[in-house]
Write a protein that binds this ligand. Structure first.
Ligand code: ADP
Ligand code: ZN
Ligand code: ZN
Length: 712
């Protein structure tokens, strides 16, 4: 007998065939089976979504149906819960099922023929078997602190989801590892996901997890999943997770979709980190999906941060006030006498105009160098200067393709657009008027590095630092940012130089503020953080506070020097409440003040948002599409339950309105009810499609919905 199957394939985001397609099959393949199916002239990977032998079968024209080309033997079907997770994500983030499902699978599954796949799986099975060794039974865990023990006891005895609210250096990682270890020891099948923001920024963590579990469960027990891996590596990890041999998946946001038959724990480290939000295609939040998945599969979920997102913080308020997460608190740093760094604010109003480094900060850095300690200076702008300008006319280094300036990179004398990549050599004279006096305006990390080296030329290193680096040598300033780490392995080698003590002062972007366990840094300085205080983006203060707390957390991690570690803030607004809270390391006070403002203004987490973005050749076309679709909604969806709770704002240009010659516009949709917003969005979807097909929207290139956007 021939069966009808509905199959998901990877269709372009807005193609008319976004629904599952129907195919015939001699075999009754269960839902979740991976198959190859003909699609147009090609053959593609598909996921069997459903068998449709009864319901819709009579509607299909049997003459037109094509047959499934073959099943991927040896791979067990994806579980019902995995499919439910994909279904939820597609629905919630307004994308097609096929797109979400196929993007959640390793790319090589799509490319390999069934024959190649078979060979891969066999090889993998063999390798897995040979690695199965008796566990030595040794553990390298440490004696837990009282706060760690307290957190773990609560974690073991309650259901969660949990927020592990622990200050930087309080030993959160140890708690995660302990929770994983307890679980794996208790249940020989159990699996866990450990999610981190950007694995390549924290190579230490990966090493730590592997070291901890390889001796217990074999080298194959821990697999990684992130975009820095090759496709064969990713497939290997994925298969190990899928067939249950991998006990721990350590990965970035994509790991939330890992297929795991015995998932019982999901840890999301640094849960506030923006990199958990996918920024293209299905714009999902891996953190939010982790919480959903945990509930779905009965797996425990632990989110951890020293500066939780305000959404998560709000969820973890006391249950009596409506909180849904259990808050586990670890306010102290590990180690005796280890304190958080002392925060100093330098009022830049009292410093010479245009001073990059205030006198006291420079003095403090000199002292550090003389004592053989390290300093870290950060500025969130790479390059030498954000703009190059002519002194005689109006010329500025505008990008011809974007509404943004090209950044001056002195190192190779180029002007580079950080949005579209357009790069040119710096002109010898002003392209407008021929004036040779064109000069940098503002400053980036490259300039900071150069400037610091000049200011510190007369300082000599002491002989006590290390025998490797002789006494009396000039100061070494190093820079770590996206430019200095472009080459493979560059970041690792630069970090190693900092760890070894070769570097005295490290300059960089937020890349250096996150996660690294630098032991000898006793001074961290933010030279110009004011921009975020008055940004139009309501989340900017939240991001700044967490960045500064993280950065401060880099200082004094070694208990022997912790008592003299300092965080310096150069600001024109020293009395700003954000800096007041930072000085006291008081995240709860900062969060309370922010949440109060958000509540008064009806902003998340007290309301729910979605953005519809439109790209077109002209700004009129981009906005026109949004305006038309919005007007159509007002007419066609007026009777939709909850429509009166949804606010559609006017279409506006995006903050960088043109990138690579494409005009961008957006429209904010907001509601105090998540359900009302969801209902509206899923109904509006068809209207947006129909609007796109109108002749007057010809100029539109693409549109997309971003649910729970991180930047407005
Ligand atoms: P967090 O992730 O909260 O910033 P970490 O987990 O990195 O903190 O821990 C900070 C430091 O303290 C690390 O060097 C870690 O090895 C150490 N540490 C954690 N827990 C303990 C403990 N119970 N005893 C001794 N050292 C610990
Ligand atoms: Zn000029
Ligand atoms: Zn550009």
């Amino acid at each position: 007998m021939t069966h009808l199957l509905s199959v998901l394939v990877q269709t372009p985001a807005h193609s008319p065939v976004a629904r599952p397609l129907t195919y015939e099959s001699e075999l009754l393949l269960p839902p979740g089976s991976l198959v190859r199916v003909p699609f147009g002239k090609r053959e593609m990977l598909g996921v069997v979504w459903d068998t449709r032998d009864d319901a819709d079968a009579p509607l299909m024209d049997p003459g037109k149906l094509r047959a499934v080309a073959g099943a991927l033997e040896g791979i067990t079907p994806l579980s019902a819960t995995w499919r439910q997770l994909v279904g939820f994500a597609a629905d919630y983030y307004q994308r097609s099922l096929g797109e979400v499902a196929l993007a959640a699978l390793p790319p090589q599954l799509r490319d390999l023929t069934p024959k190649q796949m078979e060979r891969r799986i066999k090889r993998h099975a063999k390798a897995g078997a040979s690695d199965l060794q008796e566990s030595s039974g040794t553990t390298n865990s440490v004696a837990l602190s009282a706060e760690q023990t307290g957190a773990i006891v609560q974690f073991d005895t309650q259901k969660g989801p949990f927020l592990l609210f622990g200050t930087t250096g309080s030993g959160k990682t140890e708690v995660y590892l302990h929770a994983v270890q307890t679980l794996l020891a208790r249940d020989p099948d159990a699996q866990a996901i450990l999610m981190v923001p950007e694995i390549n920024l924290t190579p230490q963590l990966e090493a730590r997890v592997r070291a901890r579990f390889a001796t217990l469960y074999g080298e194959d027990a821990v697999v990684s999943l992130h975009s820095g891996m090759t496709n064969p590596q990713r497939l290997k990890s994925w298969l190990a997770a899928h067939n249950g041999t991998a006990r721990i998946v350590l990965g970035t946001r994509m790991a939330v979709f890992a297929s795991m038959p015995h998932l019982q724990l999901i840890v999301v480290d640094e849960e506030h980190d923006p990199s958990y939000k996918q920024q293209e295609g299905a714009r999902y939040s891996a953190r939010d999906l982790a919480v959903y998945r945990g509930r779905l599969e009965g797996a425990k979920v632990m989110l951890g941060s020293a500066t939780p997102s305000l959404e998560t913080w709000h969820h973890s308020r006391p249950a009596a006030e409506g909180g849904r997460y259990v808050r586990l608190e670890m306010p102290s740093r590990i180690g005796e006498n280890s304190e958080l760094p002392f925060v100093r604010r330098v009022d830049m109003n009292n410093q010479p105009k245009k001073a990059v480094f205030s006198t006291p900060l420079l003095e403090a850095i000199r002292e550090r160098v003389a004592r053989g300690e390290q300093s870290m200076v950060f500025l969130n702008r790479r390059g030498y200067a954000p703009v190059l300008a002519c002194s005689a006319c109006d010329w500025k280094s505008q990008c011809p393709h974007c509404s943004a300036f090209r950044v001056f990179h002195k190192i190779d004398r180029t002007l580079r657009c950080h949005h579209c990549g357009f790069t040119e050599r710096v002109p010898r004279a002003c392209p407008e008027c021929g004036n040779v006096d064109i000069s940098p305006v503002g400053r980036g990390t490259e300039q900071l590095e150069e400037h610091l080296a000049e200011l510190l030329t007369d300082v000599r290193r002491p002989n006590s630092v290390s025998a490797l680096f002789p006494e009396g040598e000039p100061v070494r300033v190093a820079r770590i940012d996206a430019d200095s780490t472009r080459l493979k392995g560059a970041l690792e080698s630069q970090l190693a130089r900092v760890h070894s003590g070769e570097v005295d002062v490290l300059v960089g972007t937020q890349m250096i503020a996150k996660g690294h366990d630098f032991r000898r840094i006793t001074l961290v300085a933010a030279v110009n953080p004011d921009g975020a205080l008055f940004s139009s983006d309501f989340r900017a203060p939240e991001r700044l506070f967490s960045l500064l707390m993280q950065a401060a957390g880099r200082a004094g991690r070694d208990a022997t020097i912790t008592s003299r570690s300092e965080m310096w803030i150069q600001t024109f607004h020293p009395a700003h409440p954000l800096f007041e809270a930072l000085k006291r390391h008081d995240y709860p006070a900062f969060a309370a003040q922010q949440l109060k403002e958000r509540e008064q203004a009806g902003m998340p987490p007290f309301s729910f948002q979605a953005l519809v973005r439109a790209d077109a050749r002209t700004q009129e076309a981009a906005q026109g599409f949004l305006t038309t679709a919005s007007a159509a909604a007002a007419v066609q969806l007026a009777d939709l339950p909850g429509f009166d709770q949804v606010t559609l704002y006017p279409a506006v240009p995006m903050s960088i309105q043109r990138i690579a010659d494409v005009e961008r516009a957006q429209m904010l949709v907001e509601s105090p009810s998540r359900a009302a917003l969801q209902r509206f969005l899923s109904t509006w979807h068809a209207v947006l499609h129909a609007t796109r097909a109108l002749p007057e929207c010809k100029g539109l290139i693409r549109w997309a919905v971003d649910v729970d956007p991180l930047t407005i």
